[in-house]
Design a protein around this ligand. Structure first.
Ligand SMILES: Cc1cc2nc3c(=O)[nH]c(=O)nc-3n(C[C@H](O)[C@H](O)[C@H](O)COP(=O)(O)O)c2cc1C
Length: 329
């Protein structure tokens, strides 16, 4: 008999097999909707079309599935983690607040999924502490949504693996001292300059340079900072904010400052300018990320944050609260 340690190790080993996440639903003999989260789903046959999944003998849904002529398998989309959690709660009223559609045999069909398979129960097999259900697919539908994954006991997102991802050139390229096209600094730098280049027309329209723009962006997060505080925050870009910049922004009615060298506040005109610049920045971002799905965008941003964190020399955080406290107008 397997020890607790054996069965934990076995579970962990199985967890290295990444799967999608499904919710399997049916209707019991009394007409009650019933379902649970399952990742034991798999395809079996193309002709006839068949799928399988397995249900723990301990499941409160066992009688319902054993006695049902039909069931439906829902492949969950990336944003359906809360639904997955709801259907993984033993015996809960899992359909509360949902308005399911009806499929073959009256089984409840959930919406917003990546794919749904309506099945006629074809076979049931003993499978140790599980029962294996094999269904013949009698109808299915499919939406182009990113799937929710499960790996190592945690939810995960799918990222496509392009051939280019295997390239490994770095600073030396193919000759010493020569930069390869996969050098991180080049990739991040070029992406930044090209993305920021899209903003130039909007900046020119407002007669602002990059230093002005960085300073205004910092004030947009939290105003009431001094030019020196802003200079410390944007210094990593190479931009040098001087008191002359602050003076010029004040003269043009974009910021207000009470005394030379004092704290700066965005005026209404300054806020309007920032809103227009933010719209241009958003449009540039959407263009740049247009070829990515939501998962890839989230992954790219997540990885860039890691690089920012691992290279941070200890810069002040513009999003940390506290700047300008007690100085509000
Ligand atoms: C990602 C994930 C996958 C799961 N896969 C299965 C499975 O394949 N079979 C199963 O019986 N339980 C599976 N479970 C556990 C059930 O969803 C859970 O035990 C649920 O409470 C059963 O509900 P019931 O007892 O009301 O039927 C899974 C849970 C999660 C979170």
């Amino acid at each position: 008999m397997a020890t607790q340690a054996d069965s934990t190790a076995f579970r962990n080993a199985l967890g290295s097999f990444a799967t999608g996440v499904t919710i399997v639903t049916t209707r019991d003999a009394a007409g009650q909707d019933c379902g649970l989260t399952a990742n034991s789903f798999n395809s079996v046959s193309l002709d006839p079309p068949m799928v399988l999944w397995s249900l723990a003998r301990s499941s409160m849904s066992m009688d319902a599935f054993r006695g049902a002529d039909h069931f439906a398998v829902h492949i969950l989309a990336a944003d359906q983690e809360p639904l997955s959690n709801g259907f993984a709660k033993r015996g809960a009223d899992k359909f509360a607040g949902l308005a399911p559609e009806r499929g073959a045999g009256g089984v409840p069909l959930l919406t917003g999924c990546a794919a749904r398979f309506q099945c006629r129960t074809a076979y049931q097999y003993e499978g140790g502490d599980h029962i294996i259900f094999v269904g013949e697919v009698i109808a299915f539908d499919h939406d182009d949504r990113a799937p929710l994954l499960f790996h190592g006991g945690r939810y995960a997102l799918a990222a496509r693996k392009a051939a280019a991802l295997t390239a490994g050139n770095d600073i030396d390229g193919d000759a010493p001292g020569r930069f390869g096209e996969d050098f991180l600094g080049y990739l991040i730098g070029r992406a930044h300059f090209q993305l920021y280049g899209r903003m130039q027309a909007s900046l020119a329209q407002h007669r602002l340079d990059a230093t002005d723009h960085f300073a205004l962006s910092i004030l947009g997060i939290q105003d009431g900072r001094t030019a020196q505080e802003i200079a410390d925050m944007i210094g990593f870009t190479g931009a040098r904010l001087t008191d002359d910049h602050a003076h010029s922004l004040a003269e043009r009615g974009i910021v207000r400052r009470e005394t030379p060298g004092g704290r700066l506040w965005l005026t209404d005109a300054g806020r309007r300018t920032l809103i227009e610049l933010a719209a241009a920045a958003k449009a540039a971002e959407e263009d740049a990320l247009g070829a990515f799905d939501d998962n890839e965008t989230a992954l790219l941003k997540h990885l860039l944050k890691h690089v920012i964190h691992s290279t941070d020399p200890g810069l002040p955080d513009p999003w940390a609260s506290g700047a300008g406290e007690g100085e509000a107008e």
